[in-house]
Design a binder for this molecule. Structure first.
Ligand SMILES: Cc1ncc(COP(=O)(O)O)c(C=O)c1O
Length: 333
């Protein structure tokens, strides 16, 4: 496959680990694709997308990137740090309840601050018109002589999609080395870019050959919303890069029902499950994305042990710093 220009700033390929104790506990062969190991400060899924997005920004001669997300956004933290690493400036627009009373610098916010990023606090009304907010920031920065590059929420657009197409290539090799077929790759979905990459990459690298399917667990909104959103990203991708792979709505599979109390709101059962995995296998999930998805896997398996076939490959998309951002509320202290 011919990939577009990419920065080499993620630690890839990431390993695929078999969790023997969790397999015994859940009654299925349980593997974990360690995308929480793509970096230390850059840990998680976002850096794979940013390798392509920032390469594009640099190719366009930009010196400042603008993006946004929730206050504990892993995407904003990874963007801020990756930009700094490449000698670019960054502006991160972080969504809070009250922009006059911003939160303390903990978790991802602390790392945003350390990276030197400019933080712009936005509220839910601003978020509803986020593209305009980014454009306003770009106008302000251009007036100061900067050349700006806007990265959408989650880095989820056609260019960012290459990140998980590339990960699909790793997965196809790793799946081919395992004895058992009949596998489901499960991932947490928040803005759709990881899902779009896995769906398109799964087609290009022929996951079907390994009897492998891909399913997302949404941590906000609902399955219909994400099928449409991922279809849209895939269509944009196919329009921009014809001939790689295409996806139809029925290629995009979801398990709905694990948003729980709402985006970034934890429930005791989810946290108990997160805590149990950490104590059993030293795998640290985050409360907002991977913790909810993993909880969903355990619940689905409890209802039907054959739900995912013989083997689950859980994509650990990172997010560890979100745990520090919400540790107090989550009752860990
Ligand atoms: C830790 C973590 N996992 C999963 C996701 C979801 O990925 P995507 O936005 O590509 O759907 C995100 C970000 O939204 C994340 O930060």
């Amino acid at each position: 496959m011919q990939f577009p220009p990419r920065l080499d700033i993620a630690n890839t390929p990431t390993p695929l680990h078999h969790l023997a104790r969790t397999s015994a506990e859940l009654g299925v062969e349980f593997y974990i694709k360690r995308d929480d190991m793509t970096g230390a400060e850059l840990s998680g899924n976002k850096i794979r997308k940013l390798e392509f997005l920032l390469a594009d920004a640099i190719e366009e001669g930009c010196d400042t990137v603008i993006t946004g997300g929730g206050q504990q956004s892993n995407h904003c933290r990874a963007t801020a740090l990756a930009a700094t690493r490449m000698g670019l400036a960054s502006v991160v627009c972080l969504r809070v309840e009250d922009k006059e009373a911003p939160p303390r610098a903990q978790g991802n916010i602390l790392l945003d601050r350390l990276s030197g990023a400019e933080i712009v606090w936005i509220d839910h009304d601003d978020w509803a018109r986020q593209q305009e907010v980014y454009e306003e920031q770009a106008t302000r920065l251009r007036a100061a002589g900067r050349k700006t590059y806007i990265i959408p929420e989650g880095g989820s657009n056609a260019i960012g999609t290459w990140g998980y197409i590339r990960c699909s290539e790793e997965l196809a090799i790793q799946l081919g080395e395992l004895p058992v077929k009949d596998t489901t790759i499960v991932y947490a979905c928040g803005s759709g870019g990881t899902g779009a990459g896995l769906v398109l990459g799964g087609k290009f690298f022929d996951f079907a050959k390994h009897q492998t399917s891909v399913v997302g667990i949404n941590v906000c909104d609902d399955a219909d919303y994400f099928v449409k959103r991922i279809s849209g990203i895939c269509d944009d991708f196919t329009g921009r890069y014809p001939g790689v792979a295409t996806a139809q709505a029925d290629d995009i599979r979801f398990i709905d029902g694990y948003v729980g109390a709402g985006y970034a709101k934890s429930q005791p059962a989810e946290l108990t499950c997160l805590r149990a995995l950490a104590a059993r296998d030293a795998i640290i999930l985050d409360p907002v994305y991977t913790g909810k998805a993993f909880y969903g896997i355990t619940q689905e398996l409890a209802k039907d042990p054959t739900r995912f076939g013989k083997r689950v490959v859980f994509l650990h998309t990172g997010g560890i710093f979100g745990l520090f951002g919400s540790a107090l509320e989550a009752g860990y202290s």
